[in-house]
Design a protein around this ligand. Structure first.
Ligand SMILES: Nc1ncnc2c1ncn2[C@@H]1O[C@H](COP(=O)(O)OP(=O)(O)OP(=O)(O)O)[C@@H](O)[C@H]1O
Ligand SMILES: [Mg+2]
Length: 283
């Protein structure tokens, strides 16, 4: 685990701008976004589709070009790291995507999929095998998983495999882009609990992207809200997911399902009230 004091951010994003080319014009997908993530912290990133959540994740992972602003990891500037330096950073910075099937090679056994990041970075085979076994245990999958193929597993199990793969190099930050959105509600809850346990056990930090305020409420310490490429609100989980300031976050909150049927009914009334107020008096 990190030896740095807890008030030093592990990740610092400052005034980040990302433009995508669209034919001859360009589209500003991130417009001056700033945020920090501390060691052992989970920061949620919520917002509607197209608000720039994945773009921020990609910029941090070096998967998209940055127009201006800086991204610092553990105090070092990683904004434009490429090649060998970026590959070295992969030991500390990992990712889990929404679709575990697309990101797991169906022709390789799970054992090989999990060992590859280790052997490719010079770990001996015996040590790699031991680490893979440890990580499978960490994601609560049986040891014989190593000899099977991704296609033999359910969505939830595949996502556990993807999490194990992100963990094998013992990273300090994992960018999780909608990691539970493709799962049914029960599996979603189990995988969220797994993320929470792993964080407690390892001290890893998460940037947890989700369009679902209910999901980030369960797992995140702090939450940032994206709207059209800007971060419009950020603060402690309790404040942002229960008593948000920005009107957009309030709309998002009213749209997020809650487990309690009575509160659900209250929300529905309140949402209808908002809509009626917006439409004005009915003639
Ligand atoms: N490679 C690209 N080229 C051009 N435009 C892009 C590209 N990737 C994303 N965009 C645009 O940038 C904006 C932000 O996209 P992004 O994928 O970051 O949104 P998001 O918040 O992750 O949405 P979702 O919840 O649907 O995943 C969108 O308008 C999208 O169409
Ligand atoms: Mg996205």
């Amino acid at each position: 685990m990190s030896t740095q004091p807890h008030d030093t951010p592990l990740l610092e994003v400052e005034d980040l701008v990302v433009d995508y080319r669209r034919g001859r014009t360009s589209f500003r997908a991130l417009d001056g976004v700033s945020m920090t993530i501390g060691p052992g912290e989970c920061v949620g990133l919520v917002g509607e589709s197209g608000s720039g959540k994945s773009t921020l994740g990609k910029a941090i992972l070096g998967l998209t070009e940055v127009a201006s602003g800086t991204i610092r990891f553990d105090g070092g500037d990683i904004t434009r790291l490429r090649g060998a330096a970026r590959r070295r950073l992969a030991a500390d910075l990992q990712v889990v995507f929404q679709d575990p099937y697309g990101s797991l090679d169906p022709t390789m056994t799970v054992g090989r999929i999990l060992a590859e990041p280790l052997t490719a970075s010079g770990t001996g085979r015996a040590e790699a095998r031991a680490t893979v076994a440890e990580m499978l245990e960490r994601v609560r999958l049986p040891a014989d998983t190593v000899s099977r193929y991704p296609g033999e597993f359910s969505g939830g199990q595949r996502q556990r495999i993807a999490i194990a793969r992100a963990l094998v190099r013992r990273p300090r930050l994992i960018v999780c882009d909608e990691p539970v959105s493709a799962l049914d509600l029960t599996t979603q809850a189990a995988v969220i609990d797994l993320f929470i346990d792993i964080q407690r056990e390892t001290g890893v930090s998460y940037l947890f992207v989700s369009h679902d305020l209910g999901v980030v409420r369960r797992i995140c310490h702090r939450v940032s809200v994206m709207y059209r490429g800007e971060c419009v609100e950020s603060g402690p989980n309790e404040t942002v997911t229960r008593d948000p300031e920005h009107p957009y976050t309030r709309r998002l909150l009213l749209a997020s399902p809650v487990a309690d049927p009575r509160r659900q009914a209250e929300r529905r009334r309140s949402r209808l009230g908002l809509r009626a107020a917006a439409q004005g008096p009915v003639a």
